[in-house]
Design a protein around this ligand. Structure first.
Ligand code: OOG
Ligand code: NI
Length: 265
């Protein structure tokens, strides 16, 4: 099982690198050539049955992943779940979905038109997790979505691919605290997401997180190409619970700010 999961994440990683070239530099900087352990990988989708969280998680559940926590984001109109594998060296997976019915008729129509264009067979294949977009959408529609939800616009442009990977600071050999990781990244020229402060969370909530602002990459919309934010890298340090095991959940108040790593700078 572990070998199959690793093979899947290798493909997800390669697809992520095509639009997030800076991720390679992050590995070089923090891993000094060693393999990094990823704490988690994140996906985005819509709460439409055809592509809801369960359609993505099915591919992970088939490989031994189990549903663990759920999270609500009222202001951003999102709902999320996270999944874990019994082999705790494998990344957790955080999957959120946009509550489509809470948006304007115009936005809903654009989103439903995109989802209608996806082939059911593509969704049922594991490769869906590194397949990108399955639709034609205009730059006007992208901008219309952007006016209501940065998340909806990101989905229109980038679709089904890892939105970010996350370095597990607990597993780094040369770093132990998130402050030093952040400073190292900034000294190397990375721009960090400062929404709510560069460090989200604290030892009390058992999780500290930071992230880079997304790379910029070119998307070919149906009418023209635009350079827009693509994907980012996150950094997480987990703290032990009373029983000595590391906290494995997420923190909604922190996640709420991490979502903003794909905002325009
Ligand atoms: C997910 C944001 C939340 C975390 O670790 O709290 C998250 C996203 O941007 O899609 O990844
Ligand atoms: Ni994350």
């Amino acid at each position: 099982m572990t070998t199959q999961v690793k093979a899947l994440f290798d493909k997800i990683w390669d697809n992520y690198l095509t639009v997030t070239p800076s991720a390679k530099n992050v590995h070089q900087l923090l891993g000094s050539g060693n393999d990094l352990i990823n704490d988690h990988v994140a996906y985005r989708t819509f709460n439409i049955d055809k592509v809801c969280i369960g359609k993505l998680s099915a591919h992970l559940e088939a490989l031994g992943y189990v549903e663990k926590g759920e999270y609500n984001f009222e202001a951003k109109k999102l709902y999320a779940k996270h999944f874990e594998h019994a082999d705790n060296t494998l990344p957790k997976v955080f999957i959120s979905q946009l509550l489509v019915e809470e948006f304007s008729d115009e936005a809903q129509t654009i989103i439903r038109k995109m989802v209608d264009q996806i082939d059911e067979k593509a969704i049922a294949d594991e490769s869906f997790l590194y397949s990108g977009t399955h639709w034609q959408v205009s730059s006007e529609d992208y901008k219309a979505l952007l006016a209501e939800s940065e998340y909806a616009a990101w989905m229109a442009a980038w679709g089904y691919r890892a939105n970010h990977f996350t370095v597990s600071i607990n597993h780094l050999q040369n770093y132990n605290d998130i402050e030093t990781v952040n400073q190292t990244l900034k000294d190397a020229g990375f721009v960090l997401n400062a929404s709510g402060g560069e460090i989200k969370g604290d030892p009390q909530v058992k999780l500290e997180q930071s992230s880079t602002m997304a790379d910029q990459a070119v998307v070919e919309f149906s009418d023209r190409a635009l350079e827009i934010p693509s994907c980012f890298y996150e950094f997480a340090k987990r703290y032990p619970l009373e029983d000595g095991t590391l906290y494995t959940g997420f923190v909604a108040a922190s996640a709420d700010k991490i979502f903003e790593s794909t905002n325009a700078a």
